[in-house]
Write a protein of this length. Structure first.
Length: 179
C-alpha cells in the first residue's frame, strides 16, 4: 500500500452522511498513513445514516467548515448521503472551500450524491464523471459528461457511484495522492 505519511486530507460531512462513504475512506486514508480532518457545520459530531434511513454511528468533528482553508490540506474527500449532500450544496462555506481546492488544483474526490456540491461550485461543465444514478440528469444539465463506471478521474476530480464502489474509490484516491 502507498505511504501517505505527512499528507493531511480534509473530509466534509454533515448529519445524514452515508456511513460507509465516510467510514471507509477515513479508514483507508489512515491505514495509508494520512492524517484526516473531518470538517462539518455540525458542532461536535456527525450522525451518519445507513441507506438514508437507518441511524449509523457518530463521527467526531475535528473542525468547522467555516474558516477552513484549502492550503492546509493535500486533498478533499466528499462522502455522499442524500441529506448530507443536500445540506452541503447550500452551505456557502462548503461551496467556497470546494472552489478553493479546485483553484489550487488539489485533488477532490466525491462519491454518490456528493457531486451535487461540485455542481454548486461550478466545476462539472465538460467534466467526465460518474455518480449515484439519481444525479445523472442534474449532472448532464450542468454540462457533465456522465458515465456509468466505478470510478472516474478527470481534471483532478475523482467521482464514484455508490458504496459498492468504495474499494476502487479509495484505491484511486490513495494512488493519486501517492503519485
Amino acid at each position: 500500500m502507498a505511504d501517505l505519511s505527512g499528507r493531511t486530507i480534509a473530509l466534509i460531512a454533515n448529519r445524514g452522511v452515508e456511513e460507509p462513504e465516510l467510514a471507509e475512506p477515513l479508514r483507508a486514508l489512515r491505514e495509508a498513513g494520512a492524517t484526516t480532518v473531518l470538517l462539518s457545520a455540525e458542532e461536535s459530531s456527525v450522525v451518519a445514516l445507513k441507506g438514508d434511513w437507518d441511524r449509523g454511528q457518530e463521527f467526531p468533528v475535528d473542525a468547522p467548515i467555516a474558516g477552513a482553508k484549502a492550503e492546509d490540506y493535500d486533498a478533499l474527500v466528499l462522502p455522499g448521503g442524500t441529506l448530507n449532500a443536500d445540506s452541503l450544496r447550500i452551505d456557502s462555506d462548503a461551496v467556497d472551500l470546494v472552489k478553493a481546492f479546485a483553484a489550487a488544483e488539489k485533488p477532490i474526490a466525491a462519491i454518490c450524491h456528493a457531486p451535487w456540491l461540485l455542481i454548486e461550485a461550478g466545476l462539472v461543465d465538460g467534466l467526465r464523471m460518474t455518480s449515484f444514478t439519481a444525479l445523472v440528469t442534474d449532472l448532464k444539465n450542468a454540462g457533465a459528461d456522465w458515465v456509468d463506471e466505478q470510478v472516474v478521474t478527470d481534471r483532478g476530480i475523482t467521482t464514484s457511484r455508490n458504496p459498492g464502489d468504495l474499494e476502487a474509490f479509495n484505491e484511486e484516491i490513495i494512488s493519486r495522492l501517492a503519485g
